[in-house]
Design a protein around this ligand. Structure first.
Ligand SMILES: C[S@@+](CC[C@H](N)C(=O)[O-])C[C@H]1O[C@@H](n2cnc3c(N)ncnc32)[C@H](O)[C@@H]1O
Length: 236
């Protein structure tokens, strides 16, 4: 499942893609053939043990018409179109992603919605232009898929872009309760496929923030602690 061949440097789908993505998630988010097969609602539904709608709602419910929203990474299926439609033409919906194929898929889904932009960028390095302040920034199931250092960088970058009155929403994995059978299944899945996921069981998302005390952190857990939704705002 991993690819390291030098010829990949010449493949536009691999150009500039972080090494952790090629080493671990090539099959899911980099290889265009696999991405085409996997980019469907039913895949998200299965991967999230039927919690997809609930988790998406935790994000979508925070969107109000006319808001300026930055979603830091693409998600399979129709989440990006649902979020963009909820924002509507009086707002702005900006989506970043680090791999060419995911940017391609997002651009296709959002075609014709003039208030949307898809930008190829690492979420941790997205250079938000001066006029682009956001009312809402969402990281949907991204943190568990990136190495520790990148978790710090993404959380801190998102918080740097958070203005007074705006919110950041992090939907991600969490430490499941011991009675939750999915806990034991995820242990195996994490061992085999998700090497960066299990630190989400050990660390609160606020642990990754440099200046955590400057913000208020509201956490809700779902599905016996398998998932969390954390809403962050500046302290008033
Ligand atoms: C949001 S996560 C996981 C979402 C979920 N598993 C799904 O159903 O699609 C997957 C996305 O994160 C992107 N990604 C990974 N590292 C990134 C980074 N540092 N910055 C921006 N996007 C990143 C991947 O290219 C991929 O499109």
């Amino acid at each position: 499942m991993t690819k390291n061949h030098p010829s990949l440097a010449l493949d536009p789908y691999y150009e500039g893609v972080p090494q952790y993505m090629i080493d671990v998630y090539d099959w899911a988010y980099v290889d265009p053939d696999w991405a085409r097969v996997l980019d469907h609602n039913w895949v998200v539904r299965v991967l999230l043990f039927l919690n997809d709608r609930r988790l998406m709602r935790a994000y979508l419910d925070e969107i109000e018409e006319g808001m300026r929203v930055w979603q830091v990474a693409h998600v399979y299926g129709d989440l990006v179109t649902r979020a963009a439609r909820k924002v509507g033409p009086r707002g702005a919906f900006h989506l970043t992603d680090v791999t060419p194929v995911q940017v391609e898929h997002a651009a296709r889904k959002l075609a014709g919605m003039s208030w949307t932009r898809v930008i190829r960028s690492d979420a941790a390095g997205f250079a938000v232009e001066e006029q682009d302040s956001y009312d809402l920034i969402c990281s949907f199931l991204l943190l568990h898929e990136v190495p520790e250092e990148k978790k710090h960088e993404i959380v801190n970058h998102v918080l740097t872009k958070l203005t007074r009155g705006s919110k950041a929403v992090f939907v991600d994995y969490h430490n499941p309760s011991r009675w939750q059978p999915i806990r034991y299944l995820l242990k195996v899945v994490n061992r085999l496929l998700e090497p960066f996921a299990e630190t989400m069981w050990e660390n609160e998302i606020r642990y990754y923030a440099r200046d955590a005390d400057r913000f208020s952190w509201r956490k809700e857990t779902l599905f016996g602690g398998v998932y969390q939704c954390v809403v962050v705002e500046h302290k008033s």
